[in-house]
Design a protein around this ligand. Sequence first.
Ligand code: CP
Length: 313
Amino acid sequence: MNKQLSTKHLLGIKYISREDIQLIFHTANNFKEVINRPIKKVPSLRDVTVANLFFENSTRTKISFELAEKRLSADVVNFSAAASSVKKGETLLDTVNNILSMKVDMVVMRHPTPGAPQFLAKRIDANIINAGDGTHEHPTQALLDAYSMQEKVGNLKGKKVAIIGDIKHSRVALSNIYCLNKLGAEVVVCGPPTLIPKHISALGVQVSYNLKETLEWCDIANVLRIQLERQDIQYIPSLREYSQHFGINRELLDSLKSSPVIMHPGPINRGVELRSDVVDSDHSIILQQVENGVACRMSVLFLLASKGKVEFS
Ligand code: CP
């Protein structure tokens, strides 16, 4: 197995190899063991300063990165656009250059504009990790999703994964598709025709508009929320109607020959894409995804920083 990632940044799953993903998972296994110890900290990034730049709202990703950095003993600075000089008209590049002048080594960035992390990577020296760029990619979400799938059902080669919901506006869907393809899974995207991009089959996935058939077929269902904040026009008649056709509830799961593993990246709209009797059931591994997110992000930070070896025993 490779000991180094092939890339200096994590801008998207599209730009990393299958070997990179396997190295990230292998390293995450070690960090998962670390974060379950009574003392959850290792000194691996002791001399590294990480800036978390969030130009868009986040709960899970922001907390997960911050915990991952602190568990690796990095120095951490947090930036939120709402409370910054961005509001006074400062450009993205000026904002980041000012932060980097304070000797920051790594930047974790969430931004509403697709391509914003690529733009920065071409202009600054620090390692950049994309924490979600508009409707483009959310690579660490896809890594933690695939890691959690593998933990639950084993090697993903030949496994059947359905991605269900608002595929059109979802960076999680695109990063999941790239990641699952690289790991050899079969992927179906399922949702209303208006929320599935026309040429998505060019990415090597199949399309279904029938939720029950899709759930009968798949080993794992990764369910996404309707991203009303990104919808410029009305793509569905109402959330109530969406829920009737594409919402998953206990009766639907009980009517299947075998129930798939249920996943969701969060935030969940309870009662729309998933009813509470599914979210909180044994079928769901949603909270395991969140736990694995910290280990996967520790792995990415550690490998990108390339600061030598860490002792796991
Ligand atoms: N899954 C995810 O990206 O959640 P947040 O928007 O809360 O970070």
